[in-house]
Design a protein around this ligand. Structure first.
Ligand code: NAD
Ligand code: ZN
Length: 391
């Protein structure tokens, strides 16, 4: 089959690879119809995540049709049209039972070994390095999906791929980022980063009762998209002092909650730093961005810092003393996608949101290499790329 593979830093290719097959009786195989490129894929593309191997199949946002099921699969059927959570969960372990499905204990068999090497290892994710289980991803014609009765969500008839696709990751991720803020009616929520995750966090913060949402980025098209929601003000961080402006907009107190929907790109972490880390050296930071520092400085006393943005390894010079002194609470991690699916599906069905407003590029799977570059550089006003498997 055709698949998008990682070959090294800024090198992804269309390759022919063997078709996946059922490995465990609880697996199913899906034929991918639509898949997307995520800001998280850019961390792999930029070489910021370790434990990638040349030839690894990329992609964790995808959906399609079930074409084969294992002998122990009871509910998912051949022919079902499904969207797949990017986090792989068994549904039964201590963590899954607590609805913490992105922390499932049964999806990364090498976790203990990896933890010794890298400081931590995540639960299984599609297409996201051997640190997260080494599962082949969904930027491909076919994918093996473990725990077929737990993850795949049936797409209602009449709902298009484009409307359902973002349930795999960025819609729940933006929603959880806002949910983690424990928003009280009328709160001010500031969101750093108006990429797809930031956009859904903005929509969700409004939905959950924020009185004012302040969206921060530098790309005019992304700021414009953010400003289409009620109660949203936008700041271009290249033109204003973000800290001072946030104070000004909140009566001198700072936002009640701050969402970092940027992640490590703003801190210049790279694979070299991981090697430093493995060698037990201090991770140095570069001078770009410092979103997390700005977030900690800006958040009001007793406020919440929510971090959907992905971080890896060590991040030096985080003002933890200020965070302690201000009594901040921090929420972060991979999204518990399964937890949010029924609710968010119903918001789409009810017409409260049409997630397709983020799609700027519709291309064929084979165009992925060019689209990684376009999305990374935010060329051509790129916000979200959807790839389909036409041929
Ligand atoms: P993206 O690259 O499209 O968006 C990032 C945005 O941040 C860009 O618009 C960029 O201009 C902006 N930005 C950069 N520096 C900034 C600064 N100093 N201040 C304000 N904005 C700044 O990516 P995305 O798809 O929206 O993803 C955003 C983050 O969410 C990534 O780190 C991604 O890995 C992460 N993510 C996490 C999860 C999860 O489960 N926690 C899931 C999906 C994505
Ligand atoms: Zn993603």
């Amino acid at each position: 089959m055709k698949a998008i593979t990682w070959q090294g830093k800024e090198d992804v290719r269309v390759e022919n690879v063997p078709d996946p097959s059922i490995v465990n009786p609880k697996d199913c195989i899906i034929r991918v119809t639509s898949t997307a490129i995520c800001g998280s894929d850019l961390h792999l593309y930029a070489g910021r995540i370790p434990a990638m191997q040349p030839g690894d199949v990329l992609g964790h946002e995808f959906m399609g049709e079930v074409v084969e099921v294992g002998s122990a699969v009871e509910h998912t059927r051949v022919g079902d049209r499904v969207v797949i959570p990017f986090t792989i969960a068994c549904g039964n372990c201590f963590f899954c039972q607590k609805d913490l499905t992105s922390l499932c204990d049964n999806t990364n068999p090498d976790a203990a070994k990896l933890e010794k090497m890298y400081g931590y290892a995540g639960s299984g994710l599609f297409g996201y390095s051997h640190l997260y289980g080494g599962y082949a991803g969904g930027q491909a014609e076919y994918v093996r999906v473990p725990f077929a009765d737990v993850g795949p969500l049936k797409v209602p008839e009449g709902m298009s791929d484009e409307q359902a696709l973002f349930l795999s990751d960025i819609f729940p991720t933006g929603y959880m980022a806002a949910d983690n803020c424990d928003i009280q009616e009328g709160d001010t929520v500031a969101v750093w980063g108006c990429g797809p995750v930031g956009q859904f966090a903005i929509w969700s913060a409004v939905k959950l009762g924020a009185g004012q949402v302040i969206a921060i980025d530098r790309f005019p098209e992304r700021l414009r998209l953010a400003s289409t929601h009620d109660r949203v003000k936008t700041l271009n961080y290249e033109n204003v002092d973000v800290f001072e402006t946030l104070k000004h907009l909140t009566g001198g107190r700072g936002p009640d909650a701050c969402i970092d929907a940027v992640g490590s790109e703003a801190h210049g972490t790279s694979l070299d730093h991981w090697y430093d880390l493995v060698a037990n050296k201090l991770m140095l930071e570069t001078d770009r961005g410092h979103v997390l520092r700005q977030v900690i400085r800006s958040c009001r006393k007793g406020g919440t810092v929510s971090m959907p943005g992905v971080y890896g390894g060590f991040l030096d010079k985080v003002p933890i003393g200020a965070a302690f002194g201000k009594g901040l609470q921090f929420r972060m991690g991979q999204t518990h996608v399964h937890r949010y699916l029924p609710k968010l599906l119903s918001h789409i069905q009810d017409g409260e949101i049409d997630p397709t407003y983020l799609i700027t590029h519709r291309m064929d799977l084979a165009d992925a290499p060019e689209m990684y570059r376009t999305f990374q550089d935010k060329q051509d006003e790129c916000v979200k790329v959807v790839l389909t498997t036409q041929s």
